[in-house]
Design a protein around this ligand. Structure first.
Ligand SMILES: NC(=O)C1=CN([C@@H]2O[C@H](COP(=O)(O)OP(=O)(O)OC[C@H]3O[C@@H](n4cnc5c(N)ncnc54)[C@H](O)[C@@H]3O)[C@@H](O)[C@H]2O)C=CC1
Ligand SMILES: O=C(O)/C=C/C=C(\O)C(=O)O
Length: 486
């Protein structure tokens, strides 16, 4: 069994408090790793190492040298691609092709893209008039914010962690990462990569553990952490925000969603069905950008429901490495209980179950895994918790609509505001509707098409701030203004 330790100041270290916890495979519930839980002492050491690295070699590097190192990190991730794929498959149980085509390549890209951005994005400058007529020149200088606390979730662990670490390091900060207790493996592997490439000690640190009264809380409360970037549940974000208010530390939050898919009758039906299928069921529905509420214009409603049902019933369950498998388990037994509680609520609220609604029959060696059926409902009232709350599972509710105004109102009737997809061949309508949905990200005739230079984040309870492109630079640097009198 793998022994996973914390990564502090370039060394893999066990827990001073001697605590370890088990990581179980979502596929069969077997223990696959023993993880050292960081106590307050390890968190203090990690933050102190990060602080010292800022003042040391890392802090003295030129931008070009830093960029070269980050390119080296990206290349080493690519060289060890199969190791990252294997580690993330073990942690999440998700199919091989999801790792190789979607999640792991983004790790390298997250370092390369932000290395390019920091090299190429100018700062501002303003010439101003002065009473004596000689004028003055203002120019902005970006400086790193300092030690960044990175708190990451389990659903796309490597993608979402490097989405923060890449730009944070590109901007010259140092980081202490708290991966989810469910998925510690790729953050640990990245420590090996940092050492191999020669990133100075203390620049990248990993502390393992849980949230409350554990590594997550110790990190986010730490007075020497200068800013916190977090992806996870909205409730956790609220707790971290309170912790960050001590010391007035900046936060960037990417949180939950209850995203609407809007399908107009003039869409390319096959494309829309494929897109909604991916957005509802990829990664077993554990994608913050995923679609749990689908609104379909009435003339194509029945055809759409039938086509989506057929696709949902065509998935192949199994071990991530088995040929033909395209559908994995949920992350844990605990999460399965949560998802199944919504399946029960849907029944209690009078849903018509189009497909699924339970647990699939699995062979004996997989029977203890966290499997659930892809599930489609119709006929629920919009007031149902199933329509209002984020389930984060492989399920969606489909409801017919009759007008553009009606569907915009339905889509916006949510406490969340992360993402929407719009399916129509009428681009004028697409622009109009996109302008009226209250979300951070809208895709038209596609889903999860990501250009890393664009603003990423949510409205309402889905987040605070934007990351991506220059927006990441805004969060990970302080802008200083220098004013020179001529
Ligand atoms: N908006 C976005 O970009 C994304 C949002 N998410 C959201 O993430 C959630 C799923 O991820 P989970 O790991 O279950 O979220 P979570 O909020 O339970 O945990 C996220 C991280 O926060 C840590 N944590 C928990 N309590 C803490 C506390 N009191 N103090 C400090 N750290 C604490 C956890 O240990 C974990 O590392 C979903 O709600 C999903 O929508 C996931 C991916 C992307
Ligand atoms: O592309 C991103 O930066 C974020 C993607 C989010 C997920 O992959 C997810 O929530 O699963």
């Amino acid at each position: 069994m793998r022994q996973i330790n914390n990564f502090i100041n370039g060394e893999f270290v066990a827990s001073g408090i001697g605590k370890r916890f088990d990581k179980r495979s979502p596929v069969d519930n077997q223990v696959i790793a023993s993880i050292a839980e960081a106590g307050q002492a390890e968190v203090d050491q990690a933050v102190s190492a990060a602080k010292h690295a800022l003042a040391g070699e890392w802090g003295q590097l030129s931008t070009n040298d830093r960029v070269d190192l980050l390119y080296g990190v990206a290349d080493e991730i690519t060289r060890r691609f199969d190791d990252f794929v294997a580690a993330e498959m073990a942690d999440t149980g998700q199919p091989h092709h999801v790792m190789t085509h979607a999640f792991i390549p983004r790790g390298a890209a997250n370092f390369k893209v932000f290395a390019d951005i920091i090299k190429n994005v100018p700062t501002e400058s303003f010439h101003m008039d002065t009473p004596d007529g000689r004028g003055a020149l203002n120019y902005g200088v970006r400086v790193p914010k300092g030690v960044i606390g990175v708190v990451a979730p389990w659903n796309a662990p490597f993608l979402l962690m490097t989405w923060k670490v890449g730009p944070a390091l590109a901007c010259g900060n140092t980081v202490v990462v708290k991966p989810s207790e469910e998925t510690p493996l790729t953050a640990t592997l990245l420590g090996e990569v940092m050492n191999k490439v020669g990133v100075p000690k203390g620049v990248y640190n990993v502390i393992n553990g849980f949230g409350p009264d554990s590594a997550g809380e110790f990190l986010t409360r730490h007075k020497d952490v200068d800013a916190i970037t977090f992806t996870g549940e909205t409730r956790t974000g609220s707790t971290i925000m309170k912790a960050a208010s001590d010391g007035i530390r900046d936060v960037s939050f990417e949180m939950g969603g209850k995203n609407a898919g809007i399908v107009f009758a003039d869409c390319d039906l096959d494309n829309a069905v494929d897109g909604i299928f991916r957005s509802s069921f990829l990664n077993t529905g554990q994608v913050c950008l995923g679609t749990e509420r689908v609104y379909v214009e009435r003339p194509i409603f029945d055809r759409f429901v039938t086509a989506l049902k057929e696709k949902a019933e065509g998935v192949t369950f199994g071990r991530p490495t088995d040929a033909g498998v395209n559908y994995g388990p949920l992350i844990s037994q605990e999460h399965r209980e949560k998802v199944l509680s919504y399946y029960a609520k849907a029944r209690a609220d009078g849903a018509t179950i189009v497909t699924g609604g339970g647990v699939p029959d699995m062979p004996a060696d997989l029977a203890e895994g966290s499997w659930v059926q892809p599930t489609i409902w119709t006929d629920l009232p919009e007031s149902s918790a199933v329509i209002q709350e984020e389930i984060f599972g492989p399920c969606c509710h489909i409801r017919p609509f009759d007008s553009e105004e009606e569907v915009i109102e339905l889509a916006n009737a949510s406490d969340y505001g992360l993402a929407t997809t719009i399916w129509t061949e009428n681009l004028t309508r697409a622009h109009r509707v996109a302008g009226k949905v209250d979300v951070g990200i809208t895709w038209v005739n596609s889903w999860f098409l990501r250009d890393l230079r664009t603003a990423f984040g949510g409205a309402k309870q889905s987040g605070i701030g934007r990351e991506g492109g220059v927006h990441s630079l805004e969060f990970y640097t302080e802008m200083r203004n220098v004013c020179i009198k001529m």
